[in-house]
Design a protein around this ligand. Structure first.
Ligand code: C5P
Length: 291
């Protein structure tokens, strides 16, 4: 039986601005995302029917791995598969775990059964962030997030990532954001200029997430937690995506590990030091074979 294993990374939104509301109800985005070294691992093998085993806490909401399988099965005649998902990314944290798992499933099925899929076309059907995870590095994403333009490499970066243990609904956060939109949205160019040239200090000044105030309005303690986290992080702390995970940039892996230890000693929840992928790189190690 054929088998394949893919690593599905988390992401951080380093910049996120909302340009307006669309007729389809989604929001027009301008966001810069980068994969980080926190992973789910997905193993897929051929089987008679579809089955998924999840190692870790049960998945909240829709199961994107099955959604991806069904979307591929509507386009191509494929056998069943047995998928095993080992969760390393907290679900409902704004780190893109569900979207990354879906991208991993599309890639796994395409490779395993040699389907010649238009992967981006399948991805866009599953969620706004899935297309990003088909790329292998930092990207500027527009539209509802599904238009992905890779961006030039920046200097190496590291982060300490903190998830307080509660989840926010993406739809609820977007539903609240209207109150916090401005007439002149931030443009991404200053961020992109810094990303290409500067380390965490310069970049720390241009990190931005328009969804923060909406998330803080829904969950006031998250604002207090971001202030707490920024006390440990020399270049400030931000929220990723629609939350509730927060992060601070660090100058080195050693600094990130040191800060992670201090955060762990002071705040309850998930804490990790992680490398940020700042160039198109081979973050997804793929192992395939027969068993
Ligand atoms: O695309 P996805 O299913 O991840 O989006 C979840 C929810 O987030 C959507 O139903 C919508 O309410 C909101 N959203 C949005 N604008 C975007 C992306 C998501 O309003 N660009």
């Amino acid at each position: 039986m054929k088998r394949i294993r893919v690593r599905c990374p988390a992401k951080l939104n380093l910049f996120l601005e909302i340009l307006g509301r669309r007729p389809d109800g989604y929001h027009e985005l301008s966001t810069v995302m980068a994969p980080i070294g926190i992973y789910d691992t997905l193993t897929v093998r051929e089987a008679k029917t579809f089955a998924l085993d999840v190692e870790g806490p049960p998945l909240p909401g829709q199961n994107t791995v099955e959604k991806a399988y069904r979307a591929v099965a509507r386009r191509r005649k494929i056998p069943g598969v047995r998928a095993q998902l080992v969760k390393g990314i907290p679900a409902g944290s704004g780190m893109g775990g569900g979207s990354s798992d879906a991208a991993g499933m599309i890639e796994a099925l395409d490779t395993l059964f040699d389907l010649g899929l238009d992967r981006h076309e399948v991805a866009a059907e599953i969620g706004s962030d899935v297309n990003f995870f088909l790329e292998r590095g930092p990207a500027h994403c527009t539209g509802r997030g599904e238009q992905v333009a890779p961006i030039p490499s920046g200097p190496p970066l590291h982060a300490v990532v903190y998830w307080p243990g509660f989840s926010l609904s993406t739809a609820a956060v977007y539903g609240r954001v209207r109150e916090f939109l401005t007439r002149s949205p931030r443009i991404v160019i200053d961020f992109l200029n810094s990303f290409g040239r500067e380390g965490p200090e310069g970049l720390g000044r241009v990190l931005f997430n328009r969804l923060e105030l909406a998330a803080f309005a829904l969950h006031p303690e998250l604002a207090a937690l971001r202030t707490r986290l920024s006390e440990f992080c020399p270049y400030g702390a931000r929220m990723t995506g629609s939350g509730s995970a927060l992060y601070g940039l660090c100058a080195s892996g050693a600094e990130a590990r040191r800060l992670a230890q201090r955060v762990r000693a002071n705040l309850a929840g998930f804490v990790a030091a992680a490398g940020v992928v700042t160039r198109e790189g081979a973050w997804r190690s793929r192992k395939s074979g027969s068993s």
